[in-house]
Design a protein. Sequence first.
Length: 79
Amino acid sequence: MATRALMRKYGVGYETVQRALVLALPEPRKKMRPRATRLDPYKPVIDAILKADLTAPRKQRTDSLAAGPVGRSLGRGQR
């Protein structure tokens, strides 16, 4: 197959196709550093809510989520 056809088929650049043709095995992927998410500051609160739900009766579970901002954004809380 032509280089341009390989580029179009796999959606990669010229250099990538050339490297792939030269090497017998693909290059190992670079590992990404773990990074913080926006959810990290709220994880302890969420864990506490979920632990409280484990001991709650079946029909009362996740009511605490429905009253908060998360529940409102999910359409809960106004039933």
